[in-house]
Design a protein around this ligand. Structure first.
Ligand SMILES: Cc1ncc(COP(=O)(O)O)c(C=O)c1O
Length: 360
């Protein structure tokens, strides 16, 4: 008798695993991690307080959930912790998009959404989110898709990545309303919101059909610790908690977040300074390249329109040759000819601007 073959999930076989690249030898301005000298000092202070017993014991999550709930103006039953937002996205796809049978995602879509949807075999309807050149935001295509679709998960990032552009809170509320009329769950990824003082969690009280993803990777300088929070109405969070994503949230991450939470004033000063560095850098680059255009990012990265299609990738290549890693956006829907550069400290950014002046 022929041996029976064990069945793998077909959709998973089409996915590919790739190790994260090691870019420690270059100035990495592509991953948008926090790179600010005050943040390094802050993390040093916080790390010095982490205790052996924090690490050798299983983590206790409730105080951190309470704290993040308080900081975001919601109750503790409105928050679930995850080991980074990629895990939050995986949970949302598993718990909500897969049973709905559809994910509607506004372009540019964060890769994790399409990756986890493909892994689970969930179809994705992508709607244009940027129009014109240089790109500006436009939610019309999203509204059309939402109005025409049966209940689905609708995903958007605000401020957008890689544009850095913001949909105003009032318009997000309108989208939440439209989502409610059509039975959708609207997921708002606010990974970059802290850098411009934006927050969506105030909408949760009025819109039980929204979920807010908040990564601590960038704003709290914890990319390596892997920590994010998901906020939503208690009934949705009660459902999502059953995926037990908190079981992958380490005691180290919890201890670091607690330490940082007692120094929020220092974090806020860093967010303000990152925005100032971005503005200074943008001004310097545009003085050297008067035909280039600032797309208008409010995040911890600058996004510039630098010319026709292919120019973004050309600039990426030149900067790479000078040990600087950035992201040319020619392959990103609506962002041909654009370049995204995440911020590091002032001296580094002056060096980057000098290379851009002399070589591009
Ligand atoms: C749109 C968006 N969301 C979330 C994240 C952060 O993901 P994580 O919390 O897994 O570090 C990123 C990081 O690149 C991002 O660009």
């Amino acid at each position: 008798m022929a041996a029976q073959r064990f069945a793998f999930r077909r959709s998973v076989l089409d996915a590919r695993w790739q190790a994260r690249g090691d870019y420690r030898a270059v100035l990495n301005l592509k991953s948008c991690e926090m790179q600010h000298p005050w943040a390094d000092e802050l993390l040093d202070d916080v790390l010095a307080e982490v205790q052996v017993r924090d690490i050798r014991s299983y983590p206790y999550h409730v105080d951190l959930m309470r704290l993040l709930a308080e900081l975001n103006g919601v109750d503790t039953d409105s928050v679930v912790l995850t080991a980074g937002s990629c895990s939050a996205i995986a949970m949302t796809v598993d718990g909500l998009a897969e049973p709905a049978g559809l994910l509607i995602a506004q372009e540019p879509v964060f890769d994790s959404w399409t990756y986890y949807a493909a892994l689970r075999g969930v179809p994705v309807s992508r709607t244009a989110g940027l129009v014109g050149c240089p790109p500006t935001l436009d939610t019309r295509a999203l509204r059309v898709a939402m109005s025409a679709s049966p209940p689905a998960v609708v995903a958007l990032t605000n401020p957008g990545n890689p544009s850095g552009l913001v949909i105003p809170l009032g318009e997000i509320a309108d989208l939440a309303d439209l989502a409610r009329q059509h039975g959708h769950i609207l997921v708002i990824d606010e990974c970059y919101a802290a850098f411009s003082g934006l927050s969506h969690t105030s909408l949760i009280a009025s819109y039980p059909n929204i979920i807010v993803l908040q990564s601590l990777s960038k704003a709290w300088a914890l990319a390596g610790a892997r920590l994010a929070a998901v906020f939503g109405a208690p009934a949705t969070i009660d459902y999502l908690r059953r995926f037990r994503t908190d079981s992958a949230v380490s005691a180290t991450a919890v201890a670091l977040a607690h330490g940082l939470s007692t120094r929020l004033e220092r974090l806020r000063m860093i967010w303000t300074d990152v925005a100032a560095i971005r503005n200074e850098f943008t001004e310097r680059v545009l003085t050297d390249h008067p035909r280039w255009i600032d797309v208008g990012s409010v995040a911890n990265f600058a996004t510039l329109w630098i010319g026709g299609p292919g120019e973004g990738l050309r600039a990426e290549k030149i900067l790479w040759e000078h040990g600087i890693r950035v992201r040319g956006l020619d392959g990103v829907p609506g962002m041909a000819g654009c370049l995204r550069i995440s911020m590091a400290d002032r001296h580094d950014m002056i060096r980057v601007a000098d290379v851009m002046r002399d070589r591009i």
